[in-house]
Design a protein around this ligand. Structure first.
Ligand code: CP
Ligand code: NVA
Length: 308
């Protein structure tokens, strides 16, 4: 058993294995095969933030694997009334077999994992979104047939999704260029970690304030919302700060002709991405969203059973 809290403690081989397993599980389901790899296993989902994709795909995913799920929203547990994370983790470990947690502070997920005797999966925190990035790599693999010798351009906010993508890309050996506005850069410690990984994998990493420079010759162009969950009150200011960072058709023209556009979703059209890009021919956002289902099944199997 192991936890899945960020991509930092996964090896390149493990990330590639998860993508391969996700592809295998997707093809099995498409052929109508539902193997009960996690028969009778109970998955708990503790979510203090909203979710469409992560929640639904984990719940459907565990059912496809022969298990079942319990959704525990922010008012459902005694945690919200002051019961400690330690006690909650110890108790839930006696009932459940796996837990997905979506919350604000990464430290809460880590504390939970410390006291949990069952695998804890990070379903998004303010710092990381590791389950998302496995599905993203699956989508890139399906489109491009490889997970190396490609350039990813990320334009927008340097928070959870960007940081996790950077760590994953630097481990696998993608080239990656990141364009964020001043004040919204990826955290320095994440950049240093990624630079160390890049030395081993041969990735070339670029950090800039210029979206055009980042997107030039990219194979994949990726963005995320400018207003993440928890930042709603700063919305007006953030929209101003991100002016010039929208992924538009003109910006996409600087990428390779066969470049694809990805977005973790939910998307806010005509803020971080123009409608014509997200709804246009280069967009793969719904394949990407679909792949969450298969990537999550791969992650649940991997943390419970190891390699199968
Ligand atoms: N991309 C993503 O995590 O979507 P949800 O917030 O809907 O789960
Ligand atoms: N950065 C976004 C991602 C949502 C999936 C957020 O944290 O709200």
């Amino acid at each position: 058993m192991r936890h899945f809290l960020s991509l930092n403690d996964l090896t390149k081989d493990e990330i590639l294995y998860l993508v391969e397993l996700a592809c295998r599980l997707k093809s099995e389901v498409k052929k109508g095969f539902f193997f009960p790899y996690l028969k009778n296993k109970a998955l708990g989902l503790i979510f203090t933030k909203a979710s469409t994709r992560t929640r639904v795909s984990f719940e459907v995913g565990i059912n496809q694997l022969g298990g079942y799920s319990l959704y525990l929203g922010k008012n459902d547990l005694q945690l919200g009334r002051g019961e400690t994370i330690e006690d909650t983790a110890k108790v839930l470990s006696r009932y459940l077999d796996l837990i997905v947690i979506r919350t604000y502070a990464q430290s809460e997920v880590e504390e939970f994992a410390k006291y949990s005797s069952i695998p804890v999966i990070n379903g998004l925190t303010d710092d990381w979104h590791p389950t998302q990035i496995i599905a993203d790599f699956q989508t890139i693999f399906e489109e491009k047939g490889r997970l190396k010798d490609l350039k990813i351009a990320y334009v927008g906010d340097g928070n959870n999704v960007a940081a996790t993508l950077l760590v994953g890309a630097s481990k696998l050996g993608f080239d990656m260029a990141v364009a964020t506005p001043k004040g919204n850069e990826i955290k320095n410690e994440v950049i240093s970690f990624a630079k160390d990984e890049a030395k081993k994998s041969g990735s070339n990493l670029i950090f800039t304030y210029n979206p055009a420079e980042a997107v030039k010759n990219a194979d994949v162009v990726y963005t995320d919302t400018w207003v993440s969950m928890g930042q709603e009150e700063e919305k007006e200011k953030r929209i101003k700060d991100f002016e010039g960072y929208q992924v538009t058709r003109d910006l996409m023209k600087l990428a390779k002709e066969d470049a694809i556009f990805l977005h973790c979703l939910p998307a806010y059209r005509d803020f971080e991405v123009s409608s014509e890009v997200i709804d246009g021919p280069q967009s793969r956002v719904f394949d990407e969203a679909e792949n969450r289902l298969h990537a999550h099944k791969a992650i649940m199997i991997f943390v419970s059973l190891g390699r199968i």
